[in-house]
Design a protein around this ligand. Structure first.
Ligand code: ADP
Ligand code: ZN
Length: 711
């Protein structure tokens, strides 16, 4: 019998473990066990196993063991503790984040799917003709599914009774579709070769690969992956979000075939589990995936790539608020392998680190085809003065017509989904707000619904005032309305749309994209989903409808976000034989973010933006920790924030707030921001204050170390 320290999904425990005894079970660190706590059956995660020692309380026995072998090896366990310490999150939440849903130490984890598999165990017995055929059928494939065997021989039970075959329940494994290996290795250009040669395999180092769009970064990743595979090592390629994966998947799969596992949020729990196990069992050597694949159970990584490293989707949006880049660095250190962060517009933090020498800077200055698209900036203000529409100006409409006449394709980017982006009550002009959130409601014409994009609230009913439904007037343009308008103006064009609404169904994303690539449509309208990663030969015009959208935000990072979006979108046009054009409609044609993006002048932008960050002492000149206190009771949030403020004690840390934020999902919110230069001390002091806070106050607090945005 052993004693076990167990983490349990119970928030009052925070980071404390409870002690249980193993009883007659065999238990190892990293396994899940069943325990009883206050008469409730719960799942625990074993953090420590040791010989019994004297305790001043009665140690209860666990009631069962869930796993045959540890789920997490010591590397992943270390990563969980690192996250606990550095994101100030409960350990159990970190463990849950690392494991796929099916394996989470969580009472609500869904069960695995099983199937019946038939194995041959004794071939020496004399059989009937039919039985012989059945045995031959199994033998041909070593084993077979019971349902397949029953197709040819329904009396399989007699074979079980005789001891000829055995039927076993096995976890269903997802069969990857086989991709032919057709994507040839391209001889590297001199610039690519310089970059490639600078990468040292077999040792840990972080490289920042800054390459303009279309400069051949992906080809460098693929050839680096090849090298790692030759060294009998595994490869992890991280991509921002589902919007980008189909293209990257296709490129990686067509070069490396069945060696590739794909991991992203559109897989269901079972599929995720299967991909996870394929990596764990060493059946695949390359993983292409989004954020959470950084926790895959690799045995020996030889290369990690973080493509589009500046992308905000690399930051987790709930507890633990980890950044994928940080985890990738940890894993590169553990596995002694290179980490390549690639981007045409690196995060300012990353570029600053590269300039300081913390990362090795690698650069690709030119496009493979040496062609940069022509970029036209359209002054929306001026267009308005000439009585043109602000969202479809005359030059843009003419541009679209010209491309259609040439049989070429067009992409239009509008970062707002829905039909109307706001609704006003006709009599009072009052903007209709969500009942749970302080945000304007949207109108979706397709299903005639009124929706909140924050909390998902949805209704088909008009609001009732004085006993009767009020008249509403819609305003603002979302992708649905843009599509309607474009279809009206260009009746001969085939128009399709890609946004969160049109891609809800599984595979829809891939389908829309493929159909557009196959030129079944002339115009693709979409949100930022279409801004990245598309590399379509026949697209010769990209129109950006509202380049100002993000400039209007008050966030310290909003200018950087605008720059990234414009640069990425510009990079999409003119990749093929034809020279492409980008048209940007903006109210701020002279803004440096617009000018620098248009001319693909990252370094200029970096300098300019850094000078503003310096004045305001925002990252990378400082570190931030955001604490949001939230409660249904407004007064409680302010009280909580003030209490925390009184508990937090550290020199050289500025406290900004408490600031009231808008109500979201029925919760009032109040925020404090800690700003300082020494992140380690800030985390430590913040952790100490939180520990005291949690003991004396019940108001919930969400902690985000290094927040990406401050709305
Ligand atoms: P990035 O990832 O920097 O945007 P890509 O790797 O997608 O750039 O390369 C842009 C285009 O150039 C792609 O169509 C790619 O197939 C092509 N390409 C990349 N490297 C080479 C090379 N060495 N020789 C010829 N074509 C290349
Ligand atoms: Zn809402």
């Amino acid at each position: 019998m052993k004693y076990l320290d167990v983490y349990i999904e119970e928030s009052f425990l925070n980071n404390q473990t409870l002690t249980y005894s193993s009883g007659s079970f065999h238990v190892e660190v990293g396994m899940r066990v069943n325990i009883m706590l206050r008469n409730r059956s719960m799942v625990g995660f074993v953090a420590n196993v040791y010989d019994p020692i004297d305790m001043d309380f009665k140690v209860s026995e666990i009631t069962g063991v869930i796993d045959d072998s540890p789920l997490l090896n010591s590397e992943l366990f270390e990563i969980a503790s690192w996250m606990k310490d550095n994101t100030l999150s409960p350990m159990i939440r970190c463990l849950q984040t690392i494991l796929p849903n099916k394996l989470k130490p969580k009472s609500s984890a869904t069960p695995l799917k099983y199937q019946k598999v038939v194995y041959l165990v004794d071939e020496t017995q004399s059989l009937t003709q039919k039985q012989e055929e059945a045995v031959a059928f199994i033998k041909e494939q070593n084993s077979c599914l019971l349902k397949d065997l029953r197709q040819i021989y329904n009396g399989y039970k007699s074979l079980v009774d005789k001891g000829v075959i055995e039927v076993v329940d096995e976890v269903v494994l997802y069969q990857e579709q086989v991709v032919e290996q057709t994507y040839e290795v391209l001889p590297l250009t001199a610039d690519q070769k310089n970059v490639f040669d600078a990468i040292k395999f077999g040792e840990s180092n972080t490289y920042l690969l800054h390459g303009v769009t279309g400069s051949g970064k992906t080809e460098v990743y693929l050839q680096a992956a090849q090298t790692a595979l030759k060294m009998k090592r595994q490869v992890l390629i991280l991509v921002p979000e589902i919007s980008l994966t189909p293209q990257m998947i296709r490129r990686v799969s067509s070069r490396f075939g069945e060696d590739v596992a794909i991991y992203h949020s559109a897989l269901n729990d079972q599929e995720k589990y299967e991909q996870y196990m394929r990596v764990k069992n060493n059946e695949v050597r390359i993983v292409v995936g989004t954020r959470s694949s950084v926790f895959m159970p690799f045995e020996c990584l030889g290369l990690i790539v973080v493509d589009e490293e500046h992308d905000l989707s690399y930051k987790q949006t709930n507890v633990p608020y980890y950044h994928t880049r940080d985890i990738a660095v940890l894993r590169s250190e553990y596995h002694h392998c290179p980490l390549i962060l690639g981007s045409a517009s690196p995060a300012l933090e990353s570029y600053a680190r590269a300039l300081k020498g913390n990362y090795t800077l690698l650069e690709l200055h030119d496009r493979i085809n040496h062609q940069f698209p022509t970029v036209t900036v359209i002054d929306t203000q001026a267009a308005l003065r000439q009585k043109q529409s602000a969202w479809l100006t005359t030059p843009l409409l003419e541009g679209i017509q010209k491309r259609l006449d040439h049989g070429e394709q067009v992409m239009l980017l509008l970062n707002r989904r829905g039909y109307h982006t706001l609704l006003k009550v006709a009599d009072t002009n009052q903007v209709l707000q969500c009942q749970n959130c302080e945000v304007a409601l949207n109108y979706h014409k397709e299903d005639r619904s009124i929706r909140c994009h924050q909390c998902g609230y949805q209704t088909h009913q008009l609001p009732i005032v004085n006993g009767k439904p009020v008249q509403l007037v819609g305003g603002g343009v979302g992708t649905q309305r843009l599509q309607e308008q474009i279809e009206k103006l260009f009746p001969q064009a085939r128009v399709t749309r890609m946004d969160a609404d049109s891609t809800q169904r599984k595979g829809a994303h891939e389908r829309i994209l493929t159909e557009f690539i196959d030129h079944k449509y002339d115009i693709l309208i979409g949100t930022q989903m279409i801004a990245k990663g598309l590399d379509i030969e026949n697209v010769t015009l990209v129109g950006i409808i509202n380049a100002d959208e993000t400039l209007a935000y008050t966030d310290y990072r909003s200018i950087e976000m605008t720059f990234d979006l414009l640069l990425q979108a510009s990079g999409r046009a003119g990749r093929g034989k034809h020279r492409g054009e980008v048209m940007i409609q903006t109210f701020n044609p002279d803004h440096y973010a617009v000018i620098c993006a248009v001319n693909e002048k990252y370094k200029h932008f970096f300098k300019q933006e850094m000078s503003y960050r310096k004045v305001a002492q925002y990252p990378p000149y400082s570190y931030l920790i955001s604490l949001i206190f939230q409660d249904e009771d407004d007064a409680a949030t302010l009280k909580a924030a003030t209490l925390f403020e009184s508990l937090f004690k550290a020199d050289d840390v500025q406290i900004i707030g408490p600031t009231a934020l808008r109500r979201l999902q029925n919760k009032h919110r109040n925020r404090i921001i800690l700003k300082g230069k020494d992140l380690e001390t800030m985390i430590e002091k913040c952790g100490e204050a939180l520990e005291v806070y949690k003991k004396i106050n019940k108001t919930g607090v969400v902690v985000d170390v290094n927040p990406m945005t401050l709305e």
